[in-house]
Design a protein around this ligand. Structure first.
Ligand code: HEC
Length: 122
């Protein structure tokens, strides 16, 4: 059942990647923009269903787009949450399911929201 969902999500991701490549984004000074774009697609495929889209940030199970982290905000801690999951809460362990490179891109993607909030205030 899960794998059907994942397969459908992967298809969406492929379209998303194609779209992302045709419209390169510029301004993300603190993080590698290409990695962030890749992370956006991986997120859409595997994470969006539970965590929501960035523009409809949700409180539950955990809003990944605000600056509040329940399990640590360091890149290593975020990576650990993704790899090992938080099984008792229903967050799967992605270690065996997505590649190291994709996990790196997810961390970059999530961190990009932590570094850009400051200059959007005024
Ligand atoms: C089946 C639903 C589900 C999916 C799919 C899912 N998550 Fe989660 N995630 C959760 C739950 C539940 C938590 C725990 C929330 C809590 O306890 O605050 C969580 C927590 C997290 C945390 C820790 C957040 C914090 O506040 O420290 C991170 C990071 C995270 N998820 C990233 C991801 C990424 C990246 C993906 C995609 C690869 C993903 N999640 C897919 C349900 C999911």
């Amino acid at each position: 059942m899960i794998s059907n969902t994942l397969r459908a999500a992967a298809l969406i991701a492929i379209c998303w990647i194609a779209f992302a490549e045709s419209t390169p984004e510029t301004s993300q000074p603190a993080v590698d923009p290409e990695l962030v774009e890749k992370g956006r697609a991986v997120y859409a495929a595997f994470c969006l269903a539970c965590h929501g889209a960035e523009d409809v940030a949700i409180e539950s199970p955990s809003n990944l787009f605000d600056r509040e982290w329940h399990y640590g905000n360091e890149p290593e801690q975020i990576e650990r949450s993704i790899r090992k999951g938080i099984l008792e809460k229903g967050m799967p362990a992605w270690d065996q399911m997505i590649t190291d490179e994709d996990i790196d891109s997810l961390v970059a993607y999530l961190l990009s929201f932590q570094t850009t909030t400051d200059d959007t205030d005024e």
